[in-house]
Design a protein around this ligand. Structure first.
Ligand code: F6R
Length: 242
């Protein structure tokens, strides 16, 4: 695990975008695993800026998102499908048919998960981008999720629901309590993994990811079993590492 500590969110985002762009530019059919949340927004902005200034081509890029809330239509502004279009897909020349986000509205959610995992097994993700939850979750793989988990339905923990409520309370809506998420095994199959984190509220999780025994008690520790993981954090998130 290669850990890079940057000055602030902007520097973290620029460095993360460099890693993502390297994959986009240097693979014939780049396959990206993408994340939502506040952590990657700056990196996506950098990618959009690069596309506008340098014309970097996304016509061959294929993307698979980590997760999606259960029960939100894709038209809902807080759906992860809408998030990805708002922050990245609408601003680069990726083809809609190459974009994949788990289906949180499938009539049979377990079957939907199986279909997503079957699709993932037919490709190799060149680079999987991850954030980290305050409890060490990656994707929505909360503490205790089995190491061999594949795409599955998740009951979100109270902490994660509370963390996400900031987006729903202003809309006067209930915060979703379930999500569909790639599993830990799905994530670990990626060729390369990039995890980013910023802010003091991530300092404990980042410390635990690097130092705790490898265990599903802190799902991000599992990444230490992967041969090619880069972690880019800002000074606040990395404060407990030194
Ligand atoms: C999002 C995801 C989550 C987030 C994590 C951090 O697709 O999989 O694991 O990466 O909850 O969220 P932020 O970046 O909002 O702090």
């Amino acid at each position: 695990m290669n850990v890079i500590i940057t000055k602030d969110y902007d520097e973290m985002s620029k460095k993360a975008a460099e890693v993502l762009l390297d994959v986009v530019k240097n693979n014939e059919t780049p396959v990206l695993g993408l994340a939502t949340g506040s952590s990657p927004i700056g990196a996506y902005q950098e990618m959009v800026k690069d596309h506008q200034e340098n014309g970097t081509d996304y016509s061959k890029v294929v993307s698979y998102n980590l997760d999606e809330y259960v029960g939100l239509p894709i038209s809902h502004k807080e759906s992860y499908y809408a998030f990805m279009h708002q922050h990245l897909f609408n601003h680069v020349n990726i083809k809609e048919e190459n974009v994949h986000v788990p289906n949180g509205l499938a009539e049979d959610l377990d079957q939907g998960c199986k279909e997503y995992e079957d699709m993932l097994k037919k490709v190799t993700i060149d680079l999987q981008l991850l954030g980290i939850g305050g409890n060490g979750h990656i994707g929505f793989n909360e503490p205790g999720t089995p190491v061999d988990s594949e795409t599955h339905v998740v009951d979100l923990t109270e902490k994660t629901i509370a963390d996400n409520s900031r987006f729903f309370i202003p809309l006067g809506e209930e915060t979703p309590t379930q999500a569909v998420s790639m599993g830990l095994a799905s994530i670990m199959r990626s060729k390369k993994i990039l995890l980013i984190a910023s802010g003091a509220n991530k300092a404990d999780a980042v410390y635990r990811m690097v130092n705790d025994p490898i265990s599903v008690d802190c799902p991000a520790t599992i990444l230490r079993n992967h041969p090619d993981v880069t972690v880019i954090v800002d000074a606040e998130a990395g404060a407990k590492l030194a």
